[in-house]
Ligand binder design. Structure first.
Ligand SMILES: N[C@@H](CCC(=O)N[C@@H](CS)C(=O)NCC(=O)O)C(=O)O
Length: 280
């Protein structure tokens, strides 16, 4: 560790200064809505309020996989929630997700409608509802749940920890970058060892845990997120790369990745999806 800090934490933390860095304009220490606004509702059974980040992509990929299997009940409207402008703090969004984070799902095919928030809970809800991508055998299901919850517990160290301090913080600090780079590399090694003897995370069959883990760690090893591929030497995790490529080749994954994406090459953007034809 090289730098020293002059910051001395006060006795009681108060919210009186912007912390700086990307997202500092939307970060705040209180929950609840900031403004009154209802959410739009479309014509399909599933109403998704999201953005094409790794957490959002998990759900659109799964919905596309379910549609590919012929489940009409998985037809969905995907509305764009722009987290940069604070849309996650509207009263309508907070009703669907009191935690004000994308993705949030409203299943209007139940009476009353069912709200689901937290991407892992949404995936589990959809997999159980349609009886797909979730093993039935209790031991196999336990393995699938283990990797799904592994992703939910691990990715905050990648995104909120490593990504934040390596790419978004207003200054580079060695201590947090060191700590989170070490953890992310350990996580990649966990995946790499598991995938050295298995085609998919749980064995021979693709399931929701692969979709969840791919959305974060597949993206990391294939797409240089946080501009960190060289720094983390992602090329050395060969089994993770082999597995991520295999998942990425799936047509439903290709479609799901593009939904709720208002960035990137214009011809690939699908800010909202209300019909299959919206994804060209
Ligand atoms: N554990 C949550 C995390 C969701 C999350 O962090 N979403 C981010 C975008 S990837 C978000 O909505 N951020 C807005 C904010 O923090 O205000 C999940 O998996 O659904």
């Amino acid at each position: 560790m090289s730098e020293s800090s002059s910051y001395v934490p006060p006795k009681v933390w108060t919210w009186d200064a912007e912390s700086g860095g990307k997202f500092s304009n939307i970060n705040r220490p209180i929950a609840g809505p900031t403004h009154d606004k209802d959410l739009p509702v479309g014509k399909h059974p599933m109403q998704l309020y999201s953005l094409g980040t790794p957490n959002g992509v998990k759900v659109t990929v799964l919905l596309e996989e379910l549609l590919a299997l012929g489940h009409e009940g998985a037809e969905y409207d995907a509305f764009l929630i722009n987290i940069g402008d604070g849309s996650q703090f509207s009263s309508g969004f907070v009703d669907v997700n009191p935690n004000s984070k994308i993705p949030a799902l409203l299943d209007t095919s139940t009476d009353p409608s069912t709200r689901v928030f937290e991407s892992g809970a949404i995936m589990l809800y959809l997999a159980e509802k349609f009886g797909e991508y979730l093993p039935e055998d209790p031991s196999e299901k336990a393995e699938c749940m283990s990797w799904l919850f592994w992703q939910m517990g691990s990715a905050p160290y990648l995104g909120g920890g490593f990504g934040h301090f390596y790419a978004y913080a207003p200054e580079k600090f060695e201590y947090p970058i060191d700590r989170f780079a070490m953890e992310v590399k350990r996580q990649l090694d966990v995946l790499d060892r598991n995938l050295s003897s298995r085609q998919y995370l749980c064995g021979d069959t693709y399931n929701i845990s692969d979709i969840a883990v791919y959305s974060w760690y597949g993206n990391l090893v294939l797409h240089n997120i946080y501009d960190s591929a060289e720094f983390l030497d992602v090329a050395s995790y060969e089994n993770v790369i082999r597995w991520a490529n295999e998942i990425e080749e799936r047509p439903a994954v290709q479609r799901g990745k593009r939904v709720n994406r208002p960035w990137g090459p214009e011809e690939e953007q699908v800010p909202e999806r209300h019909d299959a034809s919206d994804i060209k």
